[in-house]
Design a protein. Structure first.
Length: 200
């Protein structure tokens, strides 16, 4: 396990673990991402501890500044300059994260730190900007317009079921039993559940 004493390997484990952790926070689901992130970060932490790898705490501060600049670059309409400053700070902090043999020499290969920082920084910047843009888009559906719309029961409907209304499949319920294939009218809506009645 001597390769785990290599600062470049430890850095890659940390970077991969953090990136997967961010993805897990943004898109929680099966738990596979969470387990992967915990595993990678755990192995990296064990490698630092077991090999007594010295950490430059000032480099952690530089990484924190880079993260703040990255956040600001995402929130600004034209955040390219902040993104570039963020990536420079993250590259510098990553290269000097672990103490080298001489204080002015980085323990992590600067080219490796640059490639990882630029690729991950640009990916997460684009993903974050697209997410913000999607959240700002107003819904195109006027859900109130569904009231009175005619559709078709796709399953038997009573306490639950589904109906095809306005070109989409909706969860539906009815006080009166409705058979699959019957025409229905929407009488009210509770969230994304339509209350329907049979149409004679």
């Amino acid at each position: 396990m001597d390769f785990l004493a290599n600062p470049n390997i430890i850095y890659l484990l940390l970077a991969a673990g953090l990136m997967i952790a961010i993805l897990a926070l943004v898109a929680p689901g099966t738990g596979i991402l969470e387990i992967g992130a915990i595993f990678l970060l755990g192995v990296a932490g064990w490698a630092i501890y077991a090999n007594n790898v010295p950490i430059n705490y000032w480099a952690l501060g530089v990484l924190l500044v880079g993260a703040i600049l990255f956040y600001l670059s995402v929130r600004r309409s034209r955040g390219w300059s902040l993104l570039i400053a963020s990536i420079i700070a993250i590259v510098f902090g990553s290269a000097y994260l672990f103490a080298g043999e001489v204080w002015y020499l980085p323990a992590v290969d600067p080219i490796l730190a640059s490639v990882v920082s630029v690729v991950s920084g640009c990916f997460f910047w684009v993903a974050a900007r697209k997410t913000i843009e999607a959240n700002k888009v107003r819904p195109t559906h006027d859900l109130e317009a569904l009231i009175g719309a005619i559709g078709e029961a796709k399953t038997n409907i009573q306490s639950e079921g589904s109906a095809f209304v306005a070109g989409e499949l909706w969860s539906a319920r009815s006080e009166i039993p409705i058979l699959e294939g019957q025409r229905v009218r929407v009488v009210s809506r509770e969230g994304f559940i339509l209350n329907v009645e049979p149409v004679e």
